[in-house]
Design a protein around this ligand. Structure first.
Ligand code: FES
Length: 102
């Protein structure tokens, strides 16, 4: 069963158009900010395990730095193959904290 846990403070979120890695409860998350909204995906690329948080952010997608597969930041679905996806995790604010449902 999923639960809401503290991810970080609002000040620790990545800047607009950037991604950042967070390690939490045994998972590594890629958190990116686009259009003022932060979104969270699993950080491990399903192709060969590339670190998505080290990729580039553009047009609502993160591009894996290893072989350039793209993933929609809102859904985790790859534009390379609809069968390839990473888990996405809801975020919400709680005062100065950011919570994630994992
Ligand atoms: S490891 Fe991500 S595209 Fe190959």
């Amino acid at each position: 069963m999923n639960e809401w846990v503290r991810l970080c403070s609002r000040a620790e979120l990545p800047y607009e158009g950037k991604a950042k890695e967070f390690i939490l409860h045994g998972k590594t998350l890629c958190v990116a900010t686009i259009h003022g909204q932060s979104l969270a995906l699993d950080n491990v690329c399903p192709h060969r395990g590339g670190p998505l948080a080290e990729g580039t952010i553009e047009a609502g997608k993160v591009t894996c730095p290893w072989h350039q597969w793209e993933f929609d930041l809102a859904t985790g679905v790859s534009t390379h193959s609809p069968d390839a996806r990473v888990a996405s995790y809801p975020l919400r604010g709680n005062g100065d904290d950011v919570m994630v449902e994992i």
